[in-house]
Design a protein around this ligand. Structure first.
Ligand SMILES: Nc1ncnc2c1ncn2[C@@H]1O[C@H](COP(=O)(O)OP(=O)(O)O)[C@@H](O)[C@H]1O
Ligand SMILES: [Mg+2]
Length: 282
């Protein structure tokens, strides 16, 4: 009987072994994702305009900005929910046409929205496989799904969950976030996008989620994370991207920024100490 769990595409060996992450140095000359001149308007409302953003492979990019700055519209554009009104989405150097949630998934873009979209009344395994259950001889292959879920959580160093047969309703906020992230990376994800993953969490749960973000990055997965908490940003990110009034005003390695310059960029869109990136580069 074959009950060998298929580890859901998270084996470190499937990544380039030499691809570094975490030091803020670009791991490849071609970014995983580039946006060039991306705008999105809703009728007369210009939600984002002229965004030029590079997201390198295997690194954590923090997307910051005030309420209404355009962060959510930007990640929904990357996720294919709002195709850009103007501009280009470039994946590994090639322009993506007719971007949609389906093409985003096919490319390996996985997004965890703030509501997490988990089902409280189902257990962890059921949530992980909702809508894509493994079957064997026409019945659910519970053993396979359970083993694979355990393996995935182990791969992601999620150690606080006692049993994968626990109902999601019984989990803490940090654990729920971890399950939502695990579900997002089950398919061969290259870029995981997280919208405010620590917004509702206490100190120790926040730390667990930040560790999970670092684990993803160490496995070669790029992370784009929206956060309001600059402590979190400076503890987890390799790079920063700042939105202000719909424009991306600055994007670069974390070492180019400090809390003061980040706050300046968030509130005014400018900082005397950090180069801003308003001019389109192509
Ligand atoms: N579906 C929509 N229809 C019309 N306007 C929208 C829509 N979504 C966002 N906007 C507008 O786009 C701007 C940016 O919003 P958003 O990306 O949600 O900001 P953030 O996530 O940075 O707080 C806001 O002015 C917002 O009102
Ligand atoms: Mg938002």
């Amino acid at each position: 009987m074959d009950t060998t769990p298929e580890s859901p595409n998270l084996t470190a060996s499937s990544r380039g072994p030499s691809e570094q992450s975490g030091s803020g140095v670009a791991s490849s000359s071609v970014p995983l994702l580039s946006l060039r001149g991306v705008s999105k308007n809703f009728g007369p409302v210009q939600a984002i305009q002229g965004v030029n953003l590079d997201v390198p492979d295997g690194q954590v990019t923090a997307l910051i900005g005030d309420n209404g700055a355009g962060k959510s519209v930007l990640i929904k554009t990357i996720s294919g929910i709002w195709p850009p009104s103007e501009g280009k989405i470039i994946w590994k150097g090639e322009e993506v046409h007719d971007h949609s949630p389906r093409t985003a998934t096919a490319l390996g873009i996985a997004t965890v929205y703030q509501d997490l979209a988990l089902c409280d009344n189902l257990d962890i395994v059921q949530n992980m496989y909702l809508g894509r259950e493994e079957t064997k001889f026409g019945a659910l292959d519970e053993i396979k799904m359970e083993l694979a879920t355990n393996q995935l959580l182990k791969d992601l160093s999620v150690s606080t969950v006692k049993s994968v047969r626990q109902l999601v309703a019984s989990l803490s906020g940090g654990q729920r976030q971890a399950i939502a992230v695990a579900r997002a990376v089950m398919r061969d994800s290259r870029l995981v996008i997280l919208d405010e993953p620590t917004a509702a969490l206490g100190v120790s749960q926040t730390r667990q989620v930040l560790e999970l973000i670092r684990t993803l990055s160490s496995r070669g997965i790029a992370v784009l994370v929206i956060s309001h908490n600059l402590n979190d940003v400076f503890s987890v990110a390799d790079r920063i991207a700042v939105m202000h009034l719909g424009s991306l005003v600055s994007n670069g390695p974390i070492s180019d920024y400090d809390t003061n310059s980040a706050v300046e960029l968030i509130t005014t869109g400018q900082s005397s100490r950090v180069p801003t990136t308003l001019a389109p580069s192509s």
